[in-house]
Structures are given as structure tokens and as C-alpha cells.
Design a protein. Structure first.
Lengths: 171, 176
């Protein structure tokens, strides 16, 4: 029985402020599932995401995002951003190897040069030291009709102590 | 290695159609949970929501007022909405108006539950992301139910008015 969720590649980093997963998108798939299975960071921060195109990491002001933060310890919070140079609020963490992350991202049409690239994200929960669990549900669009070949996750000013990303194609 | 996500039906739209059926005559009743991937839906008529209905055992869309929904609308322009309703005649995928300009398209994933159980209601979850006809990014996070205890055999997707100009739709079964 053939599987229709196919592993493409993974990438890991240690003591880095960014991790790029290059050449993970192709004409083979329209929709991709990206799992962040490890994300230990050096200080409280939001992880960000950018796309990689033929010119490298795209940091032009074409990223729109909306996220709902679901907090176990207080009321939920909304964040919105348009025309940014990255997707600014992918997931939020505090320092500590025990409190990170369960992030699942679906990316639509990155390889299609005539389409914008959209994503949805669900983060089950991170444990925010001193507060409690917090997850988020997020949508985003990269407003450039171009071929996207990869993704970059980054922190500023914090760094990833450890980060692991796995990319699957939905056939 | 056996897979856990099995493709059951697929439709690629390249010219205008009023609706698309996933399942129906191609329905495979051997799964408990189904996944629907809605990819790059373009409307030919400006300002239209993307909707769906469940199919009955004869593969006809169920049009009775038995559709209940509740979802959060994430949006980049203002405070998020609580969207809800009972006794509708359809479910929403993109609840707001998709436009015809570049990038005004809809993408989504649905999960369908209890389709094959004649004594249970059919539930779904929806997670969508789309740009409306003013270029605002929006998305639904929530779900709904067909509050009628009948067998369902897939879904029919359609714009509120006009045609689906292009899109790709896939229906998967999740192996038990």
C-alpha cells in the first residue's frame, strides 16, 4: 500500500541563530508538511520564518501573518502583522530544554512560480517558564508570485541551542 | 513500509466548474477518518466564499438545514472573529469573499469523522488560509457537524456563486 505522506529531508542545528532547509520544495508536491521536532532556544523569543528563493533567503517586506496564542494561564492573545520582512511569530519559547516545541506547519504551493505561498501552523504547546503552557494557531502568506525552494527559521537576538526540522510532501 | 495516508480521490480543475465532488462513486468506506486537501482555489467571480456539502449514500449533496459550524477567523486587518451558526445548508471553508486578483486564493485542510456510521453525525475540522477580495489574509480554525445521523460519502465543494476556475482537491483515508 503506497504512502501519500513522503519524507523529503530533515535539518538540524546547534548553537545557531538560523537554520535553513534548502531545496526541499519541488514540482513533486503541491502541499508540504513541516514538523519542528526540537527547538531549544537560549532566551525568551519568538522563532521566525522566511522563505528561500532563487536569490537566497527573501527578507523583503512581503510577509503577512495572523496568530492566535492559546494560553493555559491567561486569556488568549491575537497578533497581526503585514508587510514584514519575516513571519515574526511562528512559535514562542523560553530558555530550557524541557519546554519546547510541537509545531506542525502546512505550506501550500511553494513551487508554483505564479502563486503566492501560504501556510497554516499549529503549535500544540510550549511550556513558558513561570507561566504555563501556550500554543498557537497561525496563518501566513508570502505575497510574491515566485518559486520558493526552501525555508529558514531564525531567532533574533536569541539562538537555537538545538533545532530540528523535518519536511514531508503530501502526494 | 505501508502508508498511513491513502489517496482515495483527486480532482484538478483547469477551467470553470460549478462544483467538485470528492468521494461519491469513488468513496472508500474502509476508513474512520478522512483528510481533504484544498489547494490553490481560484474563483471566476469576484467576492465569493468557498463552501462544501456532504454527499448522501446516493452521492447527492445534502441540502437540508442541518449544518452547524463554529470557528475562529484569524485575519490581519482587525480583531479576530467568532464565526458560528446552526441550521445552515452548507459548511464554510473560506467564509469570506475570495477575489479574482493575484494571490486571492484559498487553501485548506479538512478532517471528516464518522462518515460511514449511519447512527452518528458527520463531524469535520477546518484549517484554512486565504486572501479575500481586498487582499486581506484570513483563515478559519474550527469545525462543524452535519446533525443528521446518515451515512455520508464525501463532499461537494463550490463557490457561493459562479465557478471554481482552477484548483486541486485531494481526498485521503487515514489507515486505522
Amino acid at each position: 500500500m503506497a504512502t501519500n505522506l513522503q519524507f523529503i529531508k530533515s535539518a538540524s542545528g546547534t548553537s545557531v541563530n538560523s537554520l535553513s532547509v534548502t531545496d526541499c520544495f519541488s514540482a513533486e508536491y503541491d502541499v508540504y508538511q513541516v514538523l519542528i521536532t526540537k527547538s531549544d532556544i537560549s532566551a525568551t523569543d519568538y522563532a521566525e520564518m522566511r522563505f528561500i528563493d532563487s536569490g537566497g533567503v527573501d527578507s523583503t517586506a512581503n510577509y503577512d501573518l495572523a496568530t492566535l496564542e492559546l494560553k493555559a494561564y491567561t486569556s488568549f492573545n491575537e497578533l497581526r502583522a503585514t508587510g514584514q520582512t519575516s513571519f515574526q511569530y511562528m512559535w514562542y519559547s523560553t530558555n530550557g530544554s524541557e519546554n519546547q516545541t510541537s509545531t506542525n506547519i502546512l505550506i501550500y504551493n511553494p513551487n508554483d512560480s505564479s502563486s503566492y505561498t501560504f501556510f497554516t501552523l499549529q503549535n500544540g504547546a510550549n511550556f513558558i517558564t513561570g507561566f504555563g503552557a501556550m500554543g498557537n494557531k497561525t496563518i501566513g502568506v508570502h505575497k510574491v508570485a515566485e518559486q520558493i525552494t526552501g525555508i529558514q527559521f531564525l531567532l533574533s537576538p536569541a539562538t537555537f541551542d538545538n533545532v530540528t526540522v523535518k519536511v514531508f510532501g503530501v502526494k | 513500509m505501508a502508508g498511513s495516508l491513502i489517496l482515495i480521490d483527486e480532482t484538478t480543475v483547469t477551467s470553470g466548474v460549478s462544483s467538485v465532488t470528492l468521494g461519491g462513486a469513488n468513496w472508500d468506506s474502509s476508513f474512520d477518518v478522512y483528510k481533504v486537501v484544498v489547494n490553490n482555489v481560484v474563483t471566476d467571480t469576484d467576492g465569493q466564499p468557498l463552501l462544501f456539502r456532504h454527499l448522501d449514500s446516493s452521492n447527492n449533496a445534502i441540502t437540508t438545514a442541518n449544518y452547524d459550524v463554529a470557528f475562529k477567523v484569524l485575519r490581519t486587518d482587525t480583531t479576530f472573529e467568532n464565526a458560528y451558526g446552526t441550521g445552515n445548508t452548507f459548511h464554510f471553508i473560506a467564509d469570506n469573499n475570495i477575489g479574482t486578483a493575484t494571490g486571492e486564493v484559498a487553501n485548506a485542510v479538512l478532517y471528516l469523522f464518522n462518515s460511514n456510521n449511519a447512527s452518528e453525525y458527520t463531524f469535520h475540522t477546518v484549517e484554512s488560509t486565504y486572501r479575500n477580495n481586498t487582499g486581506v489574509l484570513r483563515g478559519a480554525q474550527g469545525g462543524g457537524v452535519l446533525d443528521s445521523a446518515v451515512v455520508t460519502k464525501g463532499i461537494s465543494l463550490f463557490m457561493n456563486s459562479g465557478n471554481i476556475a482552477s484548483a486541486d482537491f485531494k481526498l485521503y483515508g487515514l489507515v486505522k
